[in-house]
Design a protein around this ligand. Structure first.
Ligand SMILES: Nc1ncnc2c1ncn2[C@@H]1O[C@H](COP(=O)(O)OP(=O)(O)O)[C@@H](O)[C@H]1O
Ligand SMILES: [Mg+2]
Length: 226
């Protein structure tokens, strides 16, 4: 089943009279349980594409279907549910609340969905290997550990799709590999669909498909034979 369908998608940013085309006619379909790496030079529109798909940014032309419904037909309530429950977002710099513990960061995210029990939060922290650090504050954790907590936070409402924008861009090699292994597990064992922007060509080997972007277009769509 197609979870995402993008057709002739176009978007420009307008600053005063200056119009910068950022997405210039994009087409692709994402099926359940795909693990897609999005690569391309800085400024090619990768982040903008993820923001449009997640409803954080509007678009100008074309069509975007999320779960078979046109994004422009989503009402405010549906958009809020899309963002808080149907998809999860992982950022390069983790974006954890500094004054909350690992446990509290994950619990807080569940309040936006349907609040989870202590056991459910601990189970998710266990999946990402952070249960023993539940009472630590972000400043007491390494970058790799903070990213694990951020991934737990994105998992707590059991999203169908995970968007990750350069999730290992700030990590050293060894921690980057561990996070990529975790994404692979989430894809293969928990059947999460993943769209991950990456600068690291090696990390595309964890995915099932790679979209190459250049100047707001997808110039290559490479599916791995499995
Ligand atoms: N909020 C914004 N306002 C104006 N221009 C933007 C904005 N966000 C991104 N851009 C421009 O859009 C282009 C694509 O940006 P982005 O999607 O962040 O690319 P990437 O993630 O591939 O590096 C860049 O030229 C960037 O300067
Ligand atoms: Mg970017």
């Amino acid at each position: 089943m197609a979870q995402i369908k993008v057709a002739s998608l176009q978007k420009s940013y307008k600053t005063g009279k200056l119009v910068t085309p950022v997405l210039r006619g994009i087409d692709f379909v994402v099926k359940e349980s795909e693990f897609i790496s999005i690569v391309g030079p800085s400024g090619s529109g990768k982040s903008t594409l993820l923001y449009v798909l997640s409803g954080l940014e509007s678009y100008d032309q074309g069509e975007v279907y999320m779960f078979d419904q046109l994004l422009t037909d989503y009402n405010d309530h549906q958009k809020a549910k899309l963002r808080s429950q149907d998809i999860g977002f992982v950022f390069q710099f983790y974006n954890l609340m500094p004054n909350l513990t690992a446990y509290e960061n994950v619990l807080l995210a569940s309040v936006l969905g349907s609040q989870k029990s202590k056991k459910e939060v601990l189970d998710i922290l266990e999946i990402v290997g952070m249960k023993d650090y539940k009472d630590y504050y972000p400043s007491q954790l390494s970058g790799g550990m903070q990213q694990r907590v951020a991934i737990a936070r994105c998992l707590i409402n059991d999203p169908k799709i995970i968007f990750a924008d350069e999730p290992i861009g700030n990590l050293d090699y060894a921690n980057g590999i561990k996070i990529m292994e975790l994404f692979k597990t989430l894809n293969q064992t928990y059947h999460k669909t993943i769209l991950m922007v990456t600068h690291n060509i090696e990390s595309t080997s964890y995915g099932t498909r790679t979209l190459h972007m250049l100047d707001g277009k997808v110039i290559d769509d490479e599916k791995k034979s499995q």
